[in-house]
Write a protein that binds this ligand. Structure first.
Ligand SMILES: Cc1cc2nc3c(=O)[nH]c(=O)nc-3n(C[C@H](O)[C@H](O)[C@H](O)COP(=O)(O)OP(=O)(O)OC[C@H]3O[C@@H](n4cnc5c(N)ncnc54)[C@H](O)[C@@H]3O)c2cc1C
Length: 406
């Protein structure tokens, strides 16, 4: 049986935010692109859904902000810090940019479908769902494409540039032998969803309690997505003690969890996410580049993962376009993406690791001082300064008009 073979300028593995944006921009600039996505569609739960002002800044530059904001979403303007049920301070998304005085909550399936619909209008863009990449193809030392397992059997995709945009568990990273420079495992977030009480509004909450820390996010249109922050290995212990003690903790933690907790019989409604920041040492090899979470995974602290991934994708579009034009897809040429992005990624990872230490801890001392630190951070200029650094782009990116939809 002959194996189907496709040839493109660029093969992008992974149809998440980074892969979709990169595919769209390269197709906009006239390149032939295919995106391979292992899932059958864009449906997914518990993914990046808070889109920070910096994401919207970038979309404004590309000319897609108004288009994306026309899809169902809600606007987050403020957040609050709680110690148990006491409000200790507030933070805002509205004071940093007068043009974008909010973050957007948009379910990821809606965002990805909107990007897909836009990209599908471009002649150079193609996408395959149900295409799981299993192997890399080589041409001498150059990575020259992939083999994916499709619905109808294996497919070879040959490409001048292969991009691993396949997320934190990247197959391209593993198959290509890319190495980590560092990896921090701060703890685990245990996610569940409850109906949103009517009085809640669109407030995002961080709550430190005597039990655990909680991140409580209003989820479009009428739910709260709750993450319980547990130190590394503690989830295993919690499960060993059975559902009852955890159920009692949730009953006491917040009235909004009560109905959910009363119905709990086991741990099935919970989804565990390991909270990790990591950085790959070198993102490029000849003919191949890692972008987004595959190269630089940000923990959910601060909810900036999508924004960082997409920023790297936008810069990658420029570097890959130039590399194709120059007929030079060497690692040295593709390194330009990392050279432009690494400093910011490292700085944000440092902030996230510090923040995570406060939330993902069972140390009694930190638990005692956490409420004081929370109040101080909210009352001084510290929190707004950290927010400005992480949630907003300091400067507009240099984006060539070949990549814009204006
Ligand atoms: C629970 C949770 C909450 C989060 N909350 C936020 C938030 O509120 N705001 C925020 O900005 N960020 C948040 N993040 C982080 C954010 O989701 C990621 O940073 C972002 O999705 C990374 O985008 P990406 O395109 O690089 O990778 P991904 O979104 O992970 O996309 C990778 C894609 O590759 C596909 N894939 C994987 N392997 C293969 C393969 N072998 N072959 C083909 N396809 C493959 C996957 O199916 C997936 O579609 C959160 C993350 C989690 C897990």
């Amino acid at each position: 049986m002959s194996i189907e073979t496709i040839e493109k300028d660029v093969c992008i593995v992974g149809g998440g935010p980074a892969g979709m944006i990169l595919g769209m921009l390269l197709a906009k600039a006239g390149k032939e692109v295919i995106v391979l996505e292992s899932h059958d569609n864009f449906d997914r739960e518990y993914r990046g859904e808070v889109l920070q002002p910096r994401f919207l800044q970038l979309m404004e530059q590309i000319g897609l902000r108004a288009y994306l904001e026309s899809f169902p979403s809600s606007k987050l303007t403020c957040g609050a810090l709680y110690y148990n049920d006491k409000r200790k301070g507030e933070f805002s998304f509205s004071g940093f940019s007068k043009d974008i005085p909010y973050a957007l909550w948009m379910p990821q399936p809606i965002l990805l479908q909107a990007l897909y619909d836009k990209a599908a209008e471009l002649p150079g863009f193609s996408m395959r769902f149900h295409a799981q990449v299993k192997e890399l193809l080589h041409d001498g030392d150059r990575i020259a494409g992939v083999t994916a397992e499709g619905a109808q059997g294996p497919v070879h995709v040959k490409a001048k540039v292969t991009v691993g945009a396949d997320g934190r568990f990247s197959a391209v990273r593993r198959l290509g032998g890319f190495e980590f420079e560092y990896e921090h495992h701060a703890g685990d977030l245990i996610w569940f969803t409850v109906p949103k009480p009517e009085h809640w509004g669109d407030e995002l909450r961080i709550q430190i309690s005597d039990g655990h820390g909680y991140i409580i996010l209003p989820k479009y249109p009428n739910h709260l997505q709750v993450g319980v922050a547990v130190p590394v290995e503690e989830w295993k212990e919690i499960r060993e003690h059975g559902i009852q003690p955890f159920r009692e903790e949730l009953l006491a933690a917040n009235p909004a969890f009560r109905a959910f907790a009363e119905e709990l019989k086991d741990f099935k409604p919970f989804v565990l996410l390991q909270v990790k920041d990591f950085l790959v040492k070198r993102w490029a090899k000849d003919g191949c580049l890692l972008i987004g979470d595959a190269a630089h995974c940000a923990s959910p602290v601060g909810a900036v993962g999508v924004s960082l991934s997409v920023t790297t994708a936008v810069m990658a579009a420029d570097v890959i376009y130039d590399a194709l034009e120059a007929g030079d897809v060497s690692a040295e040429r593709l390194d330009r993406v990392q050279e432009q992005r690494e400093e910011e990624i490292r700085a944000i990872h440092k902030i996230q690791v510090r923040g995570a230490k406060m939330v993902f801890t069972s140390t009694p001392f930190i638990r005692t001082i956490a409420p004081i630190l929370l109040s101080l951070a909210a009352k001084t200029k510290l929190l707004p300064a950290i927010q400005r650094r992480t949630l907003l782009m300091a400067h507009p990116l240099p984006i060539h008009e070949r990549f814009t939809f204006k």
